[in-house]
Design a protein around this ligand. Structure first.
Ligand code: CA
Ligand code: CA
Length: 133
């Protein structure tokens, strides 16, 4: 929404997530970080969906991004498994923004090209093990 200086992100659903819990499934939630120049400006989270590998969220998040800044920001979207005990396990991640590539860059470009229309797109998570290598 260029005139309002708002970037709205809707997390719809995920499918076939990795099993992260022993003897169970996963308890996935999604963390969205708004980044600029390698710095995190804002962080938001979805609710946790218990015991599922195919969570449905349909949750909407708005970030204040002035129009002139939109080309400079990046979203890091991470799916994590909530654990009652110990640290939550990251499952996978995508990066959407001008610094992205492939489907993620195309989604961003489509969004910039039609700012008033929501554009839904599936993305393939990069497993966290591969990012940390
Ligand atoms: Ca776990
Ligand atoms: Ca868990």
């Amino acid at each position: 929404m260029p005139t309002a200086g708002k970037l709205t992100v809707v997390i719809l659903e995920a499918k076939n997530l990795k099993k992260m819990d022993v003897g169970g499934l996963s308890d996935p939630y999604v963390k969205i970080s708004l980044m600029q120049n390698g710095k995190r400006l804002k962080k938001k989270k979805t609710t946790i969906k218990k015991n599922t590998l195919n969570p449905y969220y349909n949750e909407s998040f708005s970030f204040e991004v002035p129009f002139e800044q939109i080309q400079k920001v990046t979203l890091i979207i991470t799916v994590l498994d909530y654990d009652k005990v110990g640290n939550n396990d990251p499952i996978g991640r995508i990066i959407v923004g001008c610094g992205a590539s492939g489907t993620e860059l195309r989604h961003w470009s489509d969004m910039l090209a039609s700012p008033r229309r929501p554009i839904a797109q599936w993305h393939t998570l990069t497993p966290i093990e591969e990012i940390e290598k």
